[in-house]
Design a binder for this molecule. Structure first.
Ligand SMILES: CC(C)(COP(=O)(O)OP(=O)(O)OC[C@H]1O[C@@H](n2cnc3c(N)ncnc32)[C@H](O[C@H]2O[C@H](COP(=O)(O)OP(=O)(O)OP(=O)(O)O)[C@@H](O)[C@H]2O)[C@@H]1O)[C@@H](O)C(=O)NCCC(=O)NCCS
Ligand SMILES: Nc1ncnc2[nH]cnc12
Length: 314
């Protein structure tokens, strides 16, 4: 089945939605709206990128029998408004010490997960995305409230500060509840928590540089270049929970081989990605965590330019 270059026709207009003329409370409201809109667009950009090994896209449903394109569209639409709420929570709580802040938004995160599950009929589409974008939007609200400009590095550093204790949760005694907790006990993998606590280091050190290098060649090639880096370097707990460490080694090895053979510069890269998609499906592998980080890459690459415009909160 021919793979149609579709992302450029999705009609997602990029660019800042923040009115530079706004300041104060109006400016903050506009920034919260702009970031929630950007987070939604980032989820759609990831979803529509095609092909993606083992993941839901325009070609197929990857290694999933319980979700498809419409599940993710419904899920993204349902959770997007919540990202403004996370921004507002950050604005309100900008004076709370960073390492105490997460406890105050956990209930919002759980509530947003319930909204996702309601929208998808009980299927986990964006649990990791809710965690990542909830943190990013809340951290952005904190920066705005502290009168600090919104830039990639301070934003990711603020997420890391908020998540300073989140990996420690994995070491707590007692029965492992979630997939991530089981995989930490078994393999020492820290999953979404570890990535957030590092300030999205895999995105900053691997995916974003590849994205920026290929950006002049259009969004599809830039996103595929970033995805290849994530498949090669992200210890995705989704892949391990489905295929064990052998499954992760397969996917990372194949991504490394594609990178060595020229990556997205290779003339046949789309067909090699489609072949890897078939291989991942045969092995029931789904790099859902890398999909989330691909959306985070788009988000960080399109942050609206802002200047500090409010009295720092006390
Ligand atoms: C903090 C939590 C979100 C952690 O949850 P958990 O203990 O389960 O930890 P992880 O498994 O490590 O992560 C959960 C999801 O995060 C994504 N992920 C996995 N590895 C990484 C990574 N290295 N970097 C970043 N993100 C990662 C992944 O989510 C995506 O995959 C899911 C879809 O795939 P699928 O295979 O279908 O998943 P399942 O349905 O579980 O498997 P099947 O049953 O189908 O076989 C989808 O979620 C994608 O987003 C991981 O699944 C959580 O514990 C928590 O605290 N949540 C509350 C909210 C909160 O606190 N928010 C804070 C403020 S917003
Ligand atoms: N496109 C996708 N397919 C499967 N799991 C995902 N998690 C986030 N995006 C996904």
């Amino acid at each position: 089945m021919p793979i149609a270059p579709v992302e450029d026709r999705v009609g997602i207009a990029e660019g800042s939605l923040v009115d530079p003329g706004l300041g104060g409370r109006e400016g903050e409201r506009s920034l919260g709206f702009a970031l929630a809109h950007l987070a939604h667009r980032s989820l759609l950009r990831e979803l529509l990128l095609t092909p993606k090994p083992g993941l839901v896209d325009r070609r197929n449903c990857g290694s999933h029998r319980d979700m498809d394109l419409s599940s993710f569209l419904a899920s993204a639409r349902a959770i997007a408004p919540w990202f403004r709420r996370f921004f507002e929570r950050g604005l309100e709580g900008c004076a709370v010490p960073a390492d105490l802040f997460l406890a105050g938004i956990r209930a919002d995160g759980m509530a947003c997960e319930r909204v996702m599950l309601h929208a998808t009929g009980g299927v986990n589409t964006h649990k990791g995305s809710i965690f990542a974008f909830g943190l990013l939007c809340a951290a952005a609200g904190r920066l705005a409230g502290q009168g600090r400009a919104l830039r990639r590095e301070p934003l990711c550093a603020e997420v890391a500060a908020i998540c300073a204790e989140v990996v420690g949760e994995l070491r707590r005694p007692g029965e492992a509840g979630t997939a991530g907790e089981h995989l930490y006990r078994r393999h020492g993998l820290t999953g979404a928590r570890g990535e957030a606590a590092s300030g999205f280091a895999t995105v900053r050190n691997h995916a974003l540089p590849a994205f920026e290098r290929l950006r002049p060649h259009g969004p599809r090639m830039a996103l595929h270049a970033a995805l290849l880096e994530l498949l090669a370097f992200n210890p995705d707990t989704n892949v391990v929970s489905r295929g064990g460490l052998a499954g992760l080694a397969f996917l990372q090895g194949e991504a490394m081989r594609l990178r060595r053979d020229g990556g997205v510069a290779a003339p046949d890269y789309l067909h090699r990605l489609a072949a890897l998609d078939d291989g991942a499906i045969r092995r029931n592998l789904s790099p859902g965590g890398s999909a989330d980080l691909l959306a985070v890459t788009w988000f960080l690459a399109h942050l609206p330019a802002t200047t500090p415009y409010r009295v720092p909160c006390h």
